[in-house]
Ligand binder design. Structure first.
Ligand code: ADP
Ligand code: MG
Length: 365
């Protein structure tokens, strides 16, 4: 029998309550549970994904497990272990090097496990990675936006659209792969040339194109360049960028670090931070998909009113810490890891497995 103690958290799709089970005693204390009550309009797919992830991956490497799922008509409730935790903002400014290493290692262990199932969490951020400082315990929660890697490129939303606005069947590409044809074989439909490059108006061809869809689920400020650029083929590297944003918050003592109200402003913010050339190059590179079905996809050409060289992230963090009178300084290794996590190119961005072998993490006491 649960005794409800009140609300402990709230997200876009749920309210989470602390409940105590009076009948079960653990280590001399009554057992605590987190009861996540989903809003009734929550999409069944979202409910299924979250349930599946906790059932399959939970209980290991700081991933929340599920004890029970209750349903009463359109009300769904998950019963999970409860982890008392503080808000990130209360400790982000006083995490020292030792604690940062510990935090990052535990986060990377959880992310590595998620990725080993071929799943992208898509919402890695401090409010989904709970931390109990006193007990040194961690918990990755909230799998409602999670996605299988192949779903990202195979979803119906990403059917290619040719220059005439007609959909091309993705089967063509898959067949050509299966029959061993050249990966970049010429498309059968004529590719028309776009005329808006560098001009302040949209050409007739582009006016007839259907909007390109790509997964963009996630939280503003944690979305990587490939999501902002609407790259249709996204990978687990999406989560690694978000891990990088968390490390950037710790090293700079600033949360949230990126605060853009929309994707275009977020892209402009990235150009300022990382330089226009880097973002332009990655935009061009990402438009050339390795999948033949996507070869007609319009390229991403970024036009900037002025070119930016990018900032030195280490200097940015140090300036920000000085402005807040934070004394601790971080070793170069921490910034090396930061650069590898915030690599604007998802194809070369560090993986969770590699990050766990990075000297900043392996030196954790
Ligand atoms: P949403 O999908 O609505 O974002 P979350 O699963 O992220 O919901 O939960 C919202 C908040 O509830 C979290 O940020 C956290 O503060 C709290 N919470 C979630 N799960 C737990 C848990 N197992 N133990 C303690 N608090 C939790
Ligand atoms: Mg959440």
């Amino acid at each position: 029998m649960f005794n409800f103690q009140g609300k402990v958290g709230e997200g876009t799709f749920s309210c989470v309550y602390l409940a105590i089970d009076k009948s079960s005693i653990e280590g001399g204390r009554k057992r605590s549970f987190a009861v996540k009550h989903l809003i009734p309009t929550c999409h069944p797919k979202r409910i299924y994904r979250e349930l599946w992830c906790m059932q399959e991956m939970g209980g290991v490497d700081n991933i929340a497990e599920i004890y029970m799922c209750l349903r009463n008509e359109d009300c769904i409730t998950f019963i999970m272990p409860y982890l008392e935790h503080e808000k990130f903002i209360t400790y982000v400014m006083d995490m020292d090097v030792r604690e940062t290493k510990l935090y990052m290692k535990q986060l990377l262990l959880a992310v590595r496990r998620v990725h080993s199932f071929g799943i992208i969490h898509r919402d890695i951020k401090p409010s989904n990675f709970l931390y109990n400082r006193k007990k040194g315990k961690f918990l990755l929660v909230d799998f409602g936006l999670s996605q299988k890697v192949d779903e990202c490129s195979e979803s119906k939303d990403h059917e290619n659209v040719d220059g005439t606005g007609k959909k091309r069947k993705r089967d063509d590409g898959i067949k050509s792969l299966a029959s061993g044809e050249k990966l970049f074989a010429k498309p059968q439909l004529p590719v028309k040339k776009c005329h808006c490059d560098g001009k302040p108006r949209i050409c007739n061809l582009c006016l007839t194109r259907k909007a390109q869809n790509a997964p963009r689920a996630g939280t503003p400020g944690f979305r990587p360049p490939e999501v902002l650029l609407k790259c249709p083929h996204q990978t687990t590297a999406v989560d690694m960028w978000a891990v990088g944003v968390i490390l950037l918050s710790i090293l700079s003592g600033t949360h949230p670090f990126f605060r853009s109200p929309d994707d275009v402003t977020a892209l402009a913010e990235m150009i300022t931070m990382f330089g226009s050339d880097k973002i332009k190059n990655v935009a061009k590179k990402l438009s050339v998909s390795h999948l033949p079905i996507l070869i007609c996809q319009a390229g991403r050409n970024i036009v900037c009113s002025e070119d930016r060289r990018g900032l030195d992230l280490k200097k940015v963090c140090e300036m920000s810490r000085r402005a807040k009178n934070l004394r601790d300084s971080f070793p170069d290794e921490a910034f090396e890891l930061l650069y590898r996590l915030l690599d604007v190119d998802p194809t070369t961005r560090i993986t969770a497995e590699e990050a766990l072998n990075h000297p900043f993490i392996t030196s954790v006491e």
